[in-house]
Structure formats: structure tokens, C-alpha cells
Design a protein around this ligand. Structure first.
Ligand code: SF4
Length: 334
């Protein structure tokens, strides 16, 4: 396959929600037709914060795989694989960590902000070093395109430094990746928080039933200045309107106008938002049900994706060891 390779990943810490769909998953379903698409179930990275909950990671691995398939990731096109089952990633991480300074990690803006949002607890070695592991994730498969949000750019820059440094120190065998920054806005939570997040309890999961969706929407906050239906509203500060903008093909402007003029009630507006979101989730539910009823098929496609990724990892590792002069017994027959 003579295509550029794109790598995306999800930390295996919980089911995916509409924020993931808008932020990355929808984009992946399109990228898979253009690029050799690799999607990594980042279970090792999940351990950096959930090392005490391996059972949760185990459960969510298959749930997230189902989310992918439900959302339209085609396993015939995309290679879905499990991070911890590619030992070469750990090996590369070890080699790269020899020439990445602790200071460059401590001062990395993404690490700093994630550490702060984690409550500023004592930092674990694995967490501090995860950008090095990420460099290994990207380089083992020679991915050249990494779709990211603005906040992740410093991590991609670190990977690029690792690649340049390795290629200068040893031999140019690693491929320089570039970030593909999406223009999708972050989806707000149902409580009006800037970010939809399962841990904040403000997320609409991709596997929500119609009843769960209606309940979430019923509880969603709206413009607090609207007390009665006739009050003029401010849709731009309302999460429900944000959902109309993201999930409705037509009539968004009209809803905004009706809100501003006070001719639509919030209950009716929410009902319409439920309809728009259900149009996305219902076909997903059908695809999910298909695969959920066939767990062996899901396992088989995860194993086959992992085995394709592993094959590429082995090839990269041979080149890396050769470049570093660590291929002691190359060519010897036993
Ligand atoms: S009418 Fe709709 S957009 Fe306006 S405040 Fe109510 S829920 Fe929000």
C-alpha cells in the first residue's frame, strides 16, 4: 500500500462519547478512505493514570472497539491494534528515553497542564515519560500524519525532536511525522462545562439508548436568563444550541432565531436536539448490536490488526537495532 500512514489513538479509560465523535472519530471515518489508517487502543497510556484499575482497562478495550465499529470505522480499511501487545513500543521507549531530558518532559506544556488538571498530585515516572512512549507509538509504524488538537502540539513537537535526534545520533531510519490540526471545536458538556467528559458526568455516550439520551438532554443546562418561553434567549451560551450546530444538517439558524425571539421553548428545543442526535446514534446502535452479538469476530479483527502492526514493528526494530549497532547476531544462522 503506497499511502501515507495516519495514527490516532484513545486512552482505554472509558466508553467514547459525542465529544470524541465530534473531535476525532468522525474525522477518522473519513481519513480511512485516504490514508493507511492505524488506530491504537492505548492501554499502556491508560495505565499511567489507571494503573490501579487494570480490570477497567480490560473491560473498556472491547467497548471502545465496539464504539469504533459502530461509528463507521471499517476494519478492512483501518488497522485497529492494542498498544501493550506491541512490545517493540516498549523497547523503543527505552532507547529513546536515553536521550530525552527530564527537564524537556517536565516543561512540556501538555504534560504541565495535564499534571495540573490531575490535581497536581505527585508525578509518576510513567506519566512523566508518556510523551516518549508516544514517540515510540508514532515511529514504530512510521506514521507521518498525526491528527491532534492544538493542546497536543507540544507532544508532536517532542516526537519530532526524538526522530531528528535519533537520526543524527545513529542513522536516518525514523520517519518525521507532522501534526494534522483539526478545526473541530470542542463539544461542550450537558452541564455547560467547556469539555464533554465522562468523568464530569456531562457526557452523552455513543451507546446511549433513546431513554438515556432524552434523560441527559432533559437535565442539560440552558441559557439561565430564560425563565419563560417568551423570554429572549442567548443560544450562543447554551449547550443545547451547540448540539444543534454539531448534529443538525439544516435549520440551525432558524432555531437560534426562534430562541432569540422567544418563540421556542427550551423543552421543544431539546426535543429537536434529541431527534438530531438520535439520527446519528441510531444507525450506530444497529452496527454496535451486530458486532456485540459477535464477540469472536471483534476479537479476531483486533488480533489481526495487532498482528499487522506487530509485523511492521518488528521490521522497524530491526532497522533501529542495526542503526544503533545492537544487531549483534544479525546474519548468523543457528
Ligand atoms: S431555546 Fe434552545 S437554544 Fe435557546 S436557551 Fe432554550 S435550549 Fe437553549
Amino acid at each position: 500500500m503506497n499511502q501515507e500512514r495516519v495514527l490516532t489513538a484513545d486512552r482505554v479509560t472509558g466508553k467514547l462519547h459525542l465529544g470524541h465523535y465530534v473531535g476525532t472519530l468522525k474525522n477518522r471515518t473519513q481519513l480511512q478512505y485516504k490514508y493507511d489508517t492505524f488506530i491504537m487502543l492505548a492501554d499502556v497510556q491508560a495505565l499511567t493514570t489507571h494503573f490501579h484499575q487494570p480490570g477497567l482497562i480490560r473491560t473498556h478495550l472491547r467497548e471502545i472497539a465496539l464504539d469504533y465499529l459502530a461509528a463507521g470505522i471499517d476494519p478492512e480499511r483501518a488497522t485497529i491494534f492494542v498498544q501493550s501487545m506491541i512490545p517493540e513500543i516498549a523497547e523503543l521507549t527505552q532507547f529513546y528515553s536515553m536521550f530525552v531530558t527530564v527537564n524537556s518532559l517536565r516543561h512540556n506544556p501538555t504534560i504541565k497542564s495535564e499534571a495540573q488538571s490531575g490535581g497536581g498530585e505527585e508525578m509518576y515516572y510513567g506519566f512523566l515519560g508518556y510523551p516518549v512512549s508516544q514517540a515510540a507509538d508514532i515511529t514504530f509504524c512510521k506514521a507521518t500524519i498525526i491528527p491532534v488538537g492544538e493542546d497536543q502540539l507540544p507532544l508532536i513537537e517532542l516526537t519530532r525532536k526524538v526522530v531528528r535526534r535519533f537520526n543524527e545520533l545513529y542513522r536516518p531510519v525514523l520517519t518525521l511525522p507532522r501534526a494534522l490540526v483539526g478545526d473541530t471545536p470542542r463539544l461542550v458538556g450537558t452541564d455547560g462545562s467547556a469539555k464533554m467528559s465522562k468523568s464530569l458526568g456531562n457526557a452523552i455516550l455513543l451507546d446511549s439508548s433513546r431513554e438515556e439520551l432524552e434523560l441527559k438532554m432533559r437535565k442539560a443546562v440552558t441559557d439561565p436568563s430564560r425563565v419563560r418561553k417568551g423570554d429572549p434567549g442567548h443560544p450562543d451560551i447554551c449547550p443545547v444550541y451547540a448540539y444543534h450546530c454539531c448534529f443538525r444538517e439544516e435549520g440551525v439558524e432558524e432555531i437560534g432565531e426562534e430562541c432569540r425571539k422567544g418563540v421556542i421553548g427550551c423543552a421543544e428545543c431539546k426535543r429537536r436536539a434529541v431527534e438530531a442526535i438520535a439520527q446519528l446514534l441510531e444507525p450506530m446502535a444497529e452496527r454496535r448490536a451486530h458486532y456485540a452479538a459477535r464477540p469472536k469476530e471483534v476479537d479476531d479483527l483486533l488480533m489481526s490488526g495487532t498482528s499487522r502492526a506487530r509485523e511492521i514493528a518488528r521490521e522497524t526494530m530491526l532497522e533501529v537495532r542495526e542503526a544503533m549497532g545492537l544487531d549483534y547476531f544479525a546474519g548468523s544462522t543457528q
